[in-house]
Ligand binder design. Structure first.
Ligand SMILES: *Cc1c(COP(=O)(O)O)cnc(C)c1O
Length: 387
């Protein structure tokens, strides 16, 4: 990379890592079976509980986010359980595949790419089942930049099916969208370190409501046995050797989040970034890919106009400007550009991404006035000043 190009991530995970967080794992002289380490672990668990808004201690697992998804499935379902999965894209499909692998009788409610699913549709789908045990959904479908109305879905489902377990993959939401399990009636939330937390991949988090703990299944399991984990983690001890360095990073990340004002400040910040990103997209004459009820504050998926080459645009952004955006997957390849702003990113990081996008669009002869996206975003940011 040339010296005058700053490489920067704008993809929806991994997200940029602030230096203080990265440096926190340089001290490797720490033993994971020691009081020093248990203290760090417990302090992380306690602060995660505030972020999840859960009535029990979230568990920290050594895996990518998908590991926590699998943990949810193997601990909360049994073979032949009737379950409903919402599928708005690649990650919804992952719930479906996981549930089918573990032999649940899986009904799937699909949405068109770029669309979400409304609470009434979920109720209608549940009404067709005989004895549904659990509902699995994403809070934010990262592959299409769709934020589902998970709060309203959970509320409606709990009102009509109080015994149904509501399991939410908030891997790309936690930190960007408000997810408070107890007040929202969510029974299980999974998250991952490399999305909202400003640190590298390798840790996954899972929190269960007291009700979900009372519904743990008797399925065979080993590595992801949450009851075993819970017993140890109440004392700061994980069942297996934890990735010590990642726990040190997490400790530093949670300290930064607290210093910034905590989780509510963080979600307000992301709402502001999301609005500014969308203002920029409009000003550049581009279209936001998701339907208007489903805009995400974690990432903005942009439709690539038919006369633009989406693959070339991505490549131009990366090779000439060092700006690493994400494209679409499978049938959306070349058709959308995903501009992420979740994690520990500032308003200037956002403006950096927009400026890079404008340059690259200009290189590809897209008719837009240089600076118009940045200007629209700045006006929007100024109109919603943070404290
Ligand atoms: C990234 C992501 C995952 C998967 O996480 P991995 O860490 O890659 O296993 C699952 N769900 C959503 C919504 C995600 O954004």
């Amino acid at each position: 990379m040339e010296p005058f190009i700053k490489r920067q991530l704008f993809c929806p995970g991994p997200t940029p890592i602030p230096q203080e967080i990265a440096l926190a794992s340089l001290d490797s002289a720490i033993y994971h079976r020691s009081d020093d380490f248990y203290k760090i672990f417990l302090s992380c668990s306690r602060r995660l509980q505030t972020i999840f808004g859960s009535d029990t201690q979230p568990l920290i697992l050594a895996s990518s986010g998908s590991g926590a998804m699998e943990a949810a499935v193997v601990n909360l379902t049994r073979v032949d359980d009737e379950v409903l999965a919402l599928n708005c894209g690649k990650f919804g499909e992952r719930w479906q595949k996981l549930l089918q692998s573990y032999k649940c009788r899986t009904q799937v409610l699909n949405a068109e790419a770029g669309q979400g699913i409304y609470p009434a549709q979920v109720l209608a789908a549940l009404d067709k089942l005989s004895k549904p045990k659990a509902l699995f959904l994403q809070a934010n479908e990262t592959s299409t930049g769709v934020r589902l109305p998970y709060e309203a879905i959970a509320a409606e489902v709990k009102k009509n099916y109080p015994e149904l377990l509501v399991v939410v993959d908030a891997i790309s939401s936690l930190g960007a969208h408000p997810v408070q399990m107890k007040s929202m009636g969510i029974d299980c939330v999974v998250a991952g370190s490399q999305k909202g937390f400003g640190m590298g991949p390798g840790l996954a988090f899972i929190a269960l409501s007291s009700y979900a703990w009372s519904k743990i299944s008797d399925r065979e399991r080993f590595y992801f046995d949450l009851q075993r984990e819970r017993k140890g983690q109440e004392k700061g001890r994980s069942a297996w050797t934890p990735p010590i360095g990642l726990l040190q990073n997490l400790d530093a990340a949670l300290t930064l989040i607290d210093r910034a004002g905590g989780i509510d400040t963080m979600t307000t910040h992301h709402a502001r970034l999301g609005r500014a990103a969308r203002a920029a997209v409009n000003a550049l004459g581009l279209k936001i890919f998701p339907g208007k009820d489903f805009y995400s504050d974690a990432l903005t998926a942009i439709s690539v106009p038919g006369n633009l080459d989406g693959i070339r645009l991505l490549d131009q952004l990366k090779s000439k400007y060092g700006a690493i955006f994400a494209g679409g997957q499978d049938e959306l390849k070349g058709k959308i550009l995903r501009f992420a702003h979740l994690g520990l990113v500032s308003q200037f990081d956002l403006l950096h991404g927009i400026a890079a996008l404008e340059f690259a669009l200009n290189d590809l002869n897209w008719a837009c006035t240089l600076g118009s996206g940045v200007s629209a975003a700045m006006c929007e940011l100024a109109a919603h000043q943070s404290k």
